[in-house]
Design a protein around this ligand. Structure first.
Ligand code: MRU
Length: 364
């Protein structure tokens, strides 16, 4: 996607040093556009934990490159043992998005066939690049399939603006390129369909307000940032035609974990007969589980994210306390929307209903 007219992906290999991976530091957006170097396993781990990179697809790709960096610095004799350990460390960085484990397992499978450390460095680089390419390709296809839904509503509204509500950031910043929930929006917008996006600000880290709004601005897509609790009111008044969110893990039966607050949007959508779609690449399916609410691990993050907020003051980003210091806080990162509330899943292979047999028809 473009940043000030220049094309960027969210992760890439340093043009002059193959042992350095570059990322956009998302903790600084939208106030500062900063590119950061990752050159060790520890730096890749820290980037995921501190959320310099975030979003299901991107943490998967970062973990894949993290395995490559671990291979580069591994010991001639113990490289396999070290890389198995590196995989464990990366998987433990964030528990909910399954793409991370998926990418590490892909790397470990390749590593198991390596006869030497050199072969391992080469193969982990090839695999990481392939994972990143595949992620971008899948998101592009999600855009094509999802745009048809927007197009249909557009013609039902006789060419009037289609209002899409989204939660958190499932945009290109959450993947390698295009995004999942935003890909259909970009595709529709680029093909001349009038789209407007309601952007949930998404407390506590404000990924909607900080990241989705920034992305949409860069791409020229009309949007309005709303406090998280506004969606129900908008739906009651016919101001939302469609909800599209991303997902961090989807069960084989179609239950979807996404940023906390998504479930409430799905309930409001159901009550107001607003279609609610979840967009995801197939790397976000967890084929081993059926009951999302019981089986998907929900990350709990530090309370400081709830207690404090940061923003721009006199051109500098500062953090302020927003709660009584003694109050307890809870910070669940995600919630699970049961498949019965989901109108459909938008995947790289097409749109299907959120149930096991329809999902299986698309993905054998
Ligand atoms: O905690 P984050 O920012 O990594 O959460 C991920 C998200 O932005 C959302 O849950 C998103 O909708 C799904 S990731 C494609």
């Amino acid at each position: 996607m473009n940043v000030d007219g220049k094309h960027y992906r969210t992760i890439w290999i340093h043009p002059e040093h193959s042992g350095i991976i570059q990322i956009i530091d998302q903790t600084k957006l939208p106030f500062q556009f900063k590119v950061v170097n990752l050159d060790t396993l520890a730096s890749a781990e820290a980037a995921i934990v501190d959320m310099q990179v975030r979003g299901a697809g991107l943490i998967g790709a970062t973990a894949a490159f993290g395995m490559y960096l671990a291979a580069v610095h591994s010991d001639e004799k113990n490289f396999k043992t070290e890389l198995i350990e590196a995989g464990k460390r990366l998987i433990n960085t964030r528990p909910t998005a399954v793409n991370l484990e998926w990418a590490v397992q892909k790397q470990l499978m390749q590593i198991s066939n390596c006869k030497s450390r050199e072969a391992c460095i080469e193969t982990t680089l090839i695999t990481a690049k392939a994972i990143a390419e595949e992620d971008a390709d899948m998101c592009k296809s999600i855009g094509v399939h999802g745009a048809r839904l927007i197009e249909k509503i557009h013609s039902e509204k006789n060419g009037d603006v289609v209002n899409v509500l989204t939660h958190c950031n499932a945009g290109w910043l959450a993947f390698v390129d295009y995004g999942s929930a935003t890909a259909p929006i970009y595709q529709a917008h680029d093909s001349g369909i009038k789209v407007h996006v309601w952007v949930d600000e998404t407390r506590p880290r404000n990924q909607g307000g900080r990241l989705t709004a920034w992305e949409l601005s860069q791409h020229g897509v009309p949007h309005t940032v709303i406090p998280d609790n506004t969606g129900g009111h908008l739906m009651q008044h016919g101001l939302v035609d469609l909800v599209i969110t991303g997902a961090d893990r989807v069960t084989k039966t179609g239950d979807a974990a996404n940023k906390v607050g998504t479930y409430l949007k799905a309930l409001a959508a159901k009550d107001n007969k607003v279609p609610f779609y979840v967009a995801l690449p197939s790397s976000t399916f967890d084929w081993d589980i059926s009951d999302g609410a019981k089986e998907i691990p929900i990350e709990q993050r530090d309370g400081s994210e709830v207690r404090r907020m940061s923003g721009l003051y006199k051109n500098e980003e500062i953090e302020v306390m927003i709660l009584p210091e003694t109050s307890r806080v809870a910070n669940y990162g995600f919630d699970v929307t049961p498949s019965r509330l989901i109108s459909g899943l938008i995947t790289e292979k097409g749109v299907c209903r959120a149930n096991e047999s329809e999902i299986r028809k698309l993905f054998n």
